[in-house]
Design a protein around this ligand. Structure first.
Ligand SMILES: [Zn+2]
Length: 256
């Protein structure tokens, strides 16, 4: 069994053929789907997918850094109210993104720090998205140093050195997806130099499709390409990759 630890099944790209997408994933051995939340507007569509596939799809709630705008405080209120229902397997995705916009950097930092504190309060892992913001990440992490943080750095774009620095702040995994199959991907070096116990697998579908589908719509069944590439980089079997990463994801998100 494989777990897709990050897939946006509720976006319009999947509206027409979601049953087929799930069926193809299951045929490829993908049996569980962790679905990150990004904002209030996409929350109901996400929960509709979760209700349609109970016990298979697991929801998260969070405010994505690229969705931090003037109204980020009311968005955070929504996240906090949802968390009280205790039906989520993680807080996220959250994080920092200076690639898409630098307009709300302060809001991004405050919302991220708030979500880290909530993860401790609710004893939930974090799904963290960092893009072109590692310096800023360490500034924010310094504010919460000492808190028992855990989670995943999804679509990790840093180096081995950055990950070593990150793990001084908590128990974090590396989210490995389609980028690992790209030519000259830094992520391939990170995977090569990391232990399988540090890795969980993800697609981030419909985005970031692996080679040979790069640029097309991604879907969870393509996780097999990421398994194969990871096994090649680690010099182990695909079964070993599946076993280890599934165990890691089940443990992190507390799913069966
Ligand atoms: Zn995502």
């Amino acid at each position: 069994m494989i777990i897709d630890s990050h897939v946006h099944l509720y976006v319009d790209d999947f509206a027409a053929d979601l049953d087929e997408v799930i069926a193809r994933a299951q045929a490829a051995g993908v049996q569980r789907f962790v679905i990150p939340g990004v904002d209030k507007a996409s929350f109901e569509p996400m929960m509709n997918v979760v209700r349609r596939y109970p016990g298979i799809c697991f929801p998260c709630v969070g405010l994505h850094p690229t969705d931090v705008r003037h109204d980020w405080q009311s968005e955070m209120e929504f996240v906090e109210n949802q968390l009280k229902k205790k039906e989520f397997c993680a807080i996220g995705e959250t994080g920092l993104d200076l690639y898409h916009s630098k307009d709300f950097v302060t809001g991004q930092c405050l919302a991220f720090e708030r979500q880290m504190r909530l993860s401790v309060q609710y004893d939930l892992p974090l799904i963290i998205h960092i893009r072109e913001a590692f310096d800023l990440l360490f500034n924010v992490l310094d504010n919460v140093k000492g808190l028992p943080l855990r989670g995943v750095f999804h679509a990790f774009s840093g180096t081995v050195e950055i990950f070593e620095r990150i793990r001084q702040y908590g128990h974090f995994k590396i989210g490995v997806g389609g980028v690992v199959t790209f030519k000259n991907a830094a992520l391939a070096q990170v995977v090569k130099n990391s232990d399988l116990s540090d890795i969980i697998l993800e697609t981030d579908a419909p985005w970031l499709a692996p080679v040979p589908f790069r640029g097309q719509r991604n879907e969870s069944s393509y996780l097999s390409y990421i398994v194969t590439k990871t096994a090649e980089l680690k010099g182990c079997t695909t079964e070993e990759v599946e076993d280890a990463t599934t165990r890691n994801a089940m443990q992190l998100f507390n799913i069966e």
